[in-house]
Write a protein that binds this ligand. Structure first.
Ligand code: PFF
Length: 461
């Protein structure tokens, strides 16, 4: 106790680190896929509205909890209201599960970076790309080794600390990510026929907006902004009292949304040019099966593929770091152990859980952990995809609901608003609408979403 708590060295550093958490696989891989699946421009419009009216207010609510208490996720709730400590605990649990599959997928991304570095050979013949991916993920050893490498990089950065590790890395990686993304957008938009894809994204057909579109957009917005699981509480707890939270949250939301839209502008035109509109409905294996095939048919496709997977790697890395950091902060502060010890205590079981999912896909090689293998009942859905649905459709909306109810009704929107205003140092012009959203609108919308996804039995499939 009494140790000086970490803080961000600069506000730009904080914004880039939080944007680093927000910008991840969700933006670069999931968002373009959803734009394709849910009707282009209409989905983008719904998404932007939801980010502005729900995501941004929830992010501010989380920031206010963190900055007020200057504590880790569990400690923060405990300090404000002991009975609500469980809400922080749920956040840590969600993060634990997310990290277990995020590190395995991070390893997959590393594999693809390597394949492109060595010339981008995926074999020939029909379904070569699908077979390549299926074979790779069902290998027992390689995905695990790469998962360990990915996890080790995260551990290295975390152990260095908040400002000299996470902040420093984010300040380099985020601009790099942006430049790589712009490079792919330019390549995509200069392809003959690319404008078809652009038209698809800009045309808003109101008829294509359904309940599904809205549910999809909300789930995507929470996951993408990293709200609903307490990362923003943790990152907010390192923000000095003098900073303007409204401005920071605005920047984080704008950067995250911009990257998602740019990623769509990069990928959708390329898919349109090579596969036509049908190529968009490819679902989960999109990044690892459809895109490599698409890249291969482009002039300079190996370079585009390499740039894309390096980009995906940077995005995944900064997000994974934020997930691990939020759990590490909990252990170091609540149990008074060193960062290194805490990081290892968490990273090992997270990885082992992920290894279980990975091995459950390796029945072809005789290693099969049936207790992890839900695949038969779920049409060969790999276990990591099941866990992803579990966190996206249940845990994250539930977390967001708890945070809103806590800020709106338990700690009190007035108290939170005072923290956001920095005790009068900053103007918070949107105080009233914000309070209305956190108390009424956001909880209502989240309950509707939970009803839609769980009530219709879509929670895990
Ligand atoms: N926001 C990240 C993405 O879009 O990929 C993912 C993420 C990061 C989810 C951190 C959850 C989290 F705690």
């Amino acid at each position: 106790m009494g140790e000086k708590r970490s803080q961000w060295a600069s506000n730009v550093g904080f914004i880039l680190a939080a944007a680093g958490s927000a910008v991840g696989l969700g933006n670069i891989w999931k968002f373009p896929g959803k734009v394709g699946a849910y009707g282009g421009g209409a989905f983008i419009l719904c998404y932007i509205i939801i980010v502005a009216f729900i995501g941004f207010p929830v992010m501010l609510a989380e920031l206010s909890i963190g900055r007020k208490t200057q504590k880790n996720l569990v400690g923060a709730f405990h300090q404000l209201n002991k009975k609500w400590t469980f809400a922080g605990g749920i956040g840590v649990l969600t993060l634990f599960v997310i990290m277990s599959y995020y590190c395995i997928v991070g390893g997959w991304v590393l594999k693809y970076v390597w394949v492109y570095l060595t010339g981008g050979h995926f074999g020939t013949g029909e379904n070569a790309y699908q077979n390549y991916f299926a074979e790779f993920i069902s290998e027992p050893i390689q995905p695990l080794v790469l998962g360990v490498v990915f996890m080790a990089i995260c551990i290295f950065v975390i152990v260095k600390g908040v400002s000299s590790g996470i902040e420093r890395v984010s300040k380099v990686l985020m601009p790099a990510l942006f430049i790589l993304l712009i490079a792919i957008v330019i390549r995509a938009l200069t392809l003959p026929g690319a404008m078809e894809g652009v038209k698809f994204m800009l045309e808003i057909d109101p008829a294509s907006i359904s309940g599904n579109t809205l549910v999809g957009a909300l789930g995507q917005a929470f996951f993408s902004l990293s709200v609903g699981m307490g990362i923003i509480v943790t990152y907010g707890s390192y923000v000095p009292k003098t900073e303007n939270l409204v401005k920071s949250a605005t920047w984080i939301c704008v950067l995250d949304t911009l990257v998602a839209i740019l990623a769509a502008f990069a990928i959708i035109p390329i898919v349109f040019v090579t596969l036509g509109a049908d190529g968009l409905g490819m679902g989960g294996g999109f990044a690892f099966m459809a895109l490599p095939e698409v890249f291969a048919s482009l002039p300079g496709g190996t370079i585009v593929g390499l740039v894309f997977f390096v980009l995906l790697f940077l995005a995944a890395l900064t997000s994974a770091i934020s997930i691990l950091e939020s759990c590490v902060a909990f252990l170091t502060e609540e149990f008074h152990i060193s960062r290194l010890k805490a990081t290892l205590i968490l990273a090992v079981p997270m990885f082992l859980l992920g290894a279980g999912y990975s091995l459950s896909q390796s029945d072809a090689r005789g290693i099969n952990l049936p207790w992890f293998d839900f695949s038969n009942g779920l049409q060969m859905l790999p276990m990591n995809a099941v866990m992803e649905k579990f966190t996206d459709n249940l845990m994250i909306p539930l977390g967001a609901l708890l945070f809103c109810l806590f800020v709106g009704w338990v700690w009190g929107a007035k108290n939170a608003a005072r923290e956001i205003e920095g005790d009068g140092a900053h103007k918070f012009a949107l105080k009233k609408p914000w309070s209305f959203i956190v108390r009424f609108l956001a909880p209502l919308v989240i309950v509707i979403i939970l009803y839609f996804t769980l009530g219709r039995g879509e929670g895990l499939s």
